[in-house]
Structure formats: C-alpha cells, structure tokens
Design a protein around this ligand. Sequence first.
Ligand code: G3P
Length: 199
Amino acid sequence: MVLLAWVLSYLIGSISFSYLIAKKVAGIDIRSHGSGNAGATNTLRVLGKGPGIAVLILDALKGLAAMGITHLMTGDAAAYAVAGLFVIAGHNWPIYFGFRGGKGVATTLGVVLGFSPLAFLIAAVLAVLVIAITRYVSLGSLVLVTVIPISLYLLDKPISFVWTSLVIAVFAYVRHYNNIQNLIAGTERKLGDKSNRKL
Ligand code: G3P
C-alpha cells in the first residue's frame, strides 16, 4: 500500500498544470518562454495573473491531494512524509512531459499544508513578505523552503516531517541553481518587470 501511495503521488505530481494551461490558453509550450520553467511564476510572467494564479492553486492542490491519498492509504507518519517527496519529484520531473517540469514550490505549499497548517502559514507569510519587499519570487521561494523545516521542528511535528522537508529544501535549492546565480549577479527577473511582458 505504501509503495502504491508513493507511485500515485508521483503520478499526481507529474500533472504539469502550467504546461496544460499554457497549451490551452495560448497554444504554447511554457518551457520555451520566459524563464523556461513549468511553474506558476513563469505562467504569471508569460500569460498574466489569471493563468498564473490558477497554476499556483492547482499545483498546490496536487501536493495536498497526494498527502490526502497517502494518509487514507497508509496512516503512517513516515510514509506520509515521503509521499511529499514523491509528489514534488513528479512536479519537477514529470513522467508525462519528458521529465521537464518545474521547481516544486507551489506543490511544496500543498505538502506543507498537509504537514502542519501553522508551519504553512508561517512559511507562506514570510515568503510573501520577502517577495513584496524584493520582488524576487525565487528568493521568496528559497526563504519558504528554508523556513518550513525550522517551523516544523519548532512546532514539534514528527521528525519524519522535518527530515522530509529538509530534503524538499535541497531539491528546491538545486532546482533554483540558475536563479541563485542570477540573484548573486543581480540579473534575476523581478516580479512585474517590463521585460517579463505577456505574449
Ligand atoms: O517557484 C519558481 C520560482 O521560485 C522561480 O521561477 O520562473 O522565475 O525561475 P522562475
């Protein structure tokens, strides 16, 4: 049952909503536009607020859905935690789309909501503050994934949740390698930049 729950989590994560919505709305492959990332930020950048917010919500919901399914199928804290890794891996390396997906941040929101609504709130509020102040979504994303394991630890959540969220943070840092390089060089795209104009 545990293996089946993890496979299902991976398959759910592999549904790339940014790819599907961009194809439907504009007939494009989102991975050939903007930053090339199949995620909510790039959908917002390329197609505007409506599609961007839709992708953010749907990608987060698939994280939450995988957690819900794993909870029902296993009822085991460690198996539940690891399902979070599988759904994010699906998002980042989707089986249906040539293993070229996103960076896992919106899906992480859904996973952490399944771990602890309070940790979700703390991390999300801090990330939104960082984005509002700096206008760097990537920086906010990195703050988000860093704050999650710390919050889960301080809130005394199961240690499997803490370890899993640390691995999720490592995934996110690796996926944001180019963003980190750009942040250091001062060339990272800011939210609302004119160069990020819609198609
Ligand atoms: O969640 C992804 C975000 O942190 C960065 O996206 O498209 O600017 O590379 P992007």
